[in-house]
Write a protein that binds this ligand. Structure first.
Ligand code: GLU
Length: 551
């Protein structure tokens, strides 16, 4: 028996690889076009690091007029969850990331290079594994788990490098006839790669992000086809990225040590390797110590967290671009209102060491992003969020849409829009005092400097009786506030007060704070004039009279 016959015995139905080479031809793209892919397992959970990679993949393909693929790596079927694929598709969609090719629903894909779920590509992997067996570059291995454990124990005791390689590769040199015999007898086996590498030789490689790196060659006879007939990650990576004609494999740092193996696999299979870009792991600073952001410890590791918090997707994407590329921040400073699609991402400007995830910075970015939204957009987004996470807020918003939009429009739209909101979960707190029924339930007033009850009452009484007119424009409104200050013995201007503090009880700011707190309960609010215009005469009088009548 020869290799060819052994290959036919193992994979009798596999097609010749020429069939696939022809079926998935080189792409006809313009020079420099990048074909990228995001290749998660269908666990439903999208990690912030995954989103980070997907944003980079999507953007690079778009910028270069290439193709972005979403491939689902479901060869480890134990880890799969129900609807895991559609959850990934939807999570990405939430962040504005739509693939040009690949999975677009649980069982729905688009593109000519599919199927895009690895479990549906079994025939393809087997064809390539067969071609390796035929050339003596892969072989069946009959080791039982017990045998593998024994090998490991021996290596541990002797303190030598673990793995299935060289003399430890028990079935590497099994005569073909014996292998065939075992197969015919129904013995269980898997297929291993027959590495030609040597540990004492080194390979050099240039990573697009990390630059030049050097490793010992691979000499492990890794499993390429498992007992269930599905490939391992390494083998599927080589076959898929070749056949999908991927030009740039952008993936997490944790894969960089697999480079020698992957390059060897590409070579054995006769494929041109893609360019590799290994992105820095997203880290978290914990009391000065950097550690990997973790699914178990950090709620913000899951992209669903940003949804629950109501942090707009635009903000998360913008923040991730911020940590992806050092030139993002200067670009943003120079192009304050530009859409992020105009930013050109450069792989060679990616951070090499761990990028530290900073929630405070993210919320800051979010405040800026939200400050550019219209009140209508904020209304729509907040309502969408509230429907899922805060029914009370939903009721408030839907009761009177026009009124809600007016509130959300306070200090918005001008050239210095307010920047106090970083997530939809803060909206309720920021608008509730504008509603009489909610305001009435809230009995606390954050009075500041002036706390004497009689003084407060006389200020309010005078204001409502002599100075308040809902039809005043902002200038008149403010002048009248100053008249009130003067009448009550406070300086019209802060400056006046500062030069002559003994002449006054306080200044205009103290007076306006009394009005502000009486009307809103808070000492910090956006523009009081705008607030009053929206509250309207009746509500203002009610609120002020309520305090004046209290004893
Ligand atoms: N399925 C692999 C993972 O989720 C993909 C790695 C890669 O991008 O090649 O880690």
């Amino acid at each position: 028996m020869d290799y060819n016959e052994l290959a036919n015995l193992i994979f009798p139905d596999a097609k010749g690889i020429e069939y696939y080479e022809e079926k998935y031809p080189e792409r006809n793209l313009k020079e420099g076009a990048m074909v990228t892919r995001f290749a998660p397992s269908p666990t439903g959970f999208v990690h912030i690091g995954g989103l980070f990679g997907a944003i980079i993949d999507r953007k690079l393909a778009e910028q270069s007029k290439g193709v972005f693929i979403l491939r689902i790596e479901d060869t480890d079927q134990k880890r799969e969850i129900e609807n895991g694929t559609s959850q990934i598709v939807d999570s990405l969609k939430d962040f504005g990331i739509n693939p040009d090719e690949g999975m677009i629903g649980e069982n729905l894909d688009k593109g000519n290079y599919g199927p895009y779920k690895q479990s549906q590509r079994k025939d393809i992997y087997q064809a390539y594994a067969k071609s390796l067996i035929r050339r003596g570059l892969a072989y069946p291995c009959f080791c039982t788990t017990q045998e593998l454990d024994e090998i490991r124990e021996k290596q541990e005791t002797a303190k030598i490098r673990p793995g299935y390689y060289g003399i430890w590769a028990k079935y590497r040199n099994l005569p073909i006839d014996e292998a065939a015999e075992k197969i015919k007898n129904g013995e269980a086996y898997i297929i291993r790669f027959k590495s030609q590498g040597r540990e004492d030789r080194r390979i050099k490689h240039k990573d697009v992000i990390k630059g030049n790196i050097e490793f010992p060659e691979n000499d492990q006879d890794i499993v390429i086809i498992k007992a269930d007939g599905l490939p391992t990650y390494h083998f599927a990576h080589a076959v898929d990225d070749h056949l999908m004609r991927v030009t740039h494999v952008i993936r997490g740092d944790e894969w960089v040590s697999s480079i020698p193996l992957h390059l060897e696999l590409f070579k054995a299979l006769g494929f041109k390797p893609p360019k590799y870009a290994h992105t820095a792991t997203i880290m978290k600073d914990e009391n000065g110590n950097k550690r990997k952001i973790s699914k178990r410890k950090d709620p913000e590791a899951a992209v669903s967290y940003y949804h629950e918090e109501g942090i707009p997707e635009e903000a998360v994407v913008e923040y991730l671009l911020n940590i992806a590329n050092s030139n993002f921040e200067p670009w943003r400073r120079a192009n304050k209102d530009a859409d992020i699609s105009e930013f050109k991402l450069e792989l060679n400007k990616m951070s090499v060491s761990g990028a530290v995830f900073d929630m405070v910075k993210l919320l800051d970015v979010s405040k800026n992003v939200i400050s550019k939204f219209t009140a209508e957009k904020i209304y729509t987004e907040t309502l969408k969020w509230a429907k899922r996470y805060d029914r009370e807020l939903e009721t408030i918003l839907t009761k009177n849409k026009e009124y809600a939009i007016k509130i959300l429009n306070i200090e918005r739209g001008g050239n210095k829009p307010r920047k106090d909101i970083s997530r939809w979960s803060e909206i309720k707190h920021s608008i509730q005092y504008m509603y009489d029924d909610i305001f009435d339930k809230n009995t606390s007033y954050e009075f500041q400097k002036i706390i004497d009850n009689d003084e407060i009452k006389s200020i309010l009484k005078s204001y409502i009786e002599k100075h308040f007119d809902i039809n005043d424009d902002k200038q008149d409104w403010f002048n009248k506030m100053k008249d009130l200050a003067e009448e009550m013995g406070y300086a019209r201007e802060v400056k006046e007060y500062k030069t002559n503090p003994d002449a006054y009880k306080g200044h205009i700011g103290d007076i306006s704070t009394v009005i502000r707190v009486a009307l809103t309960g808070r000492c910090n609010t956006p523009d009081l004039y705008e607030i009053m215009q929206i509250l309207g005469k009746k509500s203002i009088e009610r609120r002020i009279n309520k305090i004046c009548k209290e004893n």
